[in-house]
Design a binder for this molecule. Structure first.
Ligand SMILES: Nc1ncnc2c1ncn2[C@@H]1O[C@H](COP(=O)(O)OP(=O)(O)OP(=O)(O)O)[C@@H](O)[C@H]1O
Length: 267
């Protein structure tokens, strides 16, 4: 029997019906991700990254192909695939603790109230937000809200963590601090992660593999680069190493020479 990876996207294609006729967003996507791998997905705006992530989340149905997770076909959303969006989507009328508890209650229904509370606080500690457990989202900065969003996602112990530009709305310093936290959490939990990013440095810093997508319509995977940098990674020490610069150069070449931004081409 064929070996299938933990997360396997096989022959994925997506065609959307539009008023102007069918629009093929993605074609022939083949992607195999092993358990514990951190994969960054990069490509120009509109190439279909969110569509691909949403297919794994079960929010969009592919027109062709199948997604397998741990041997099972993915065809609907489920708590085994937690999604973190750019917009944290916390409920404003609940406290930080209550927001995370909503997710925990979904997956730990059989556990006692005290056990669930401990688990919520443990996850808030992982993202360094236990001190703000009683606060409401309106009292938090953007970076803090995103930390709570991460706690909510990992508290469900998902099989796959899906992140759609999770730090896109944050300033550079806050972003760096969250990237460091994500690396620390990853070192502890070894989650399987697929993260969309537009940031080349972020992709190289965080990922084991950087999957680069061609421009749409009918976008597909153009390159799949292994990032062989040792962990733990330190952004300052890494910046001067040949391996870091090589990975960065490969991605920049792909994005700005082989598949330059379609908007620039049209100008
Ligand atoms: N429901 C839909 N109906 C029709 N077209 C769609 C639909 N969803 C997405 N598209 C189109 O599919 C293409 C891919 O969209 P998608 O949002 O996945 O791109 P993206 O790479 O995530 O973009 P960005 O980086 O700007 O977020 C775009 O051309 C978009 O207009």
């Amino acid at each position: 029997m064929k070996h299938r990876s933990y997360l396997a996207l096989e022959g994925i294609g997506v065609t959307f019906p539009t008023p102007k006729g069918p629009f093929t967003a993605l074609r022939d996507i083949e992607l195999s991700i092993e358990k514990g791998e951190f994969v960054a997905l990069i490509g120009h705006s509109g190439c279909g990254k969110s569509t691909l992530l949403n297919i794994v989340a079960g929010l969009v149905k592919p027109s062709r192909g199948v997604v397998f997770l741990d041997g099972e076909v993915v065809d609907k959303p489920g708590p085994d695939r937690a999604v973190i969006f750019q917009d944290h989507s916390l409920l404003p009328w609940l406290t930080v603790e209550e927001n995370v508890r909503l997710a925990v209650d979904k997956v730990m229904g059989g556990k006692s109230r005290a056990e669930r509370r401990d688990w919520v606080l443990h996850n808030l500690e992982l993202v360094k937000m236990a001190h703000a457990a009683a606060k409401r989202p309106g009292e938090l900065s953007g970076g803090m809200k995103q930390r709570v969003g991460i706690a909510r996602a990992i508290s469900m112990s998902p099989r796959v963590l899906l992140m759609d530009e999770p730090f896109g709305a944050l300033d550079a310093l806050t972003r760096a601090s969250l990237q460091d936290s994500v690396m620390a959490i990853q070192a502890e939990l070894n989650n399987t992660v697929v993260m969309i990013t537009h940031d080349v440095d972020e992709a190289v810093l965080l990922a084991d593999r950087v999957v680069m997508m061609t421009n749409g319509p009918a976008a597909t995977i153009g390159e799949d680069l292994s990032v062989k940098l040792p962990r733990p990674r330190n952004r300052i020490e890494m910046a001067d190493t040949p391996d870091y610069n090589h990975a960065r150069h490969e991605i920049l070449h792909f994005l700005h020479q082989r598949y330059s931004n379609p908007v620039d081409k049209a100008a």
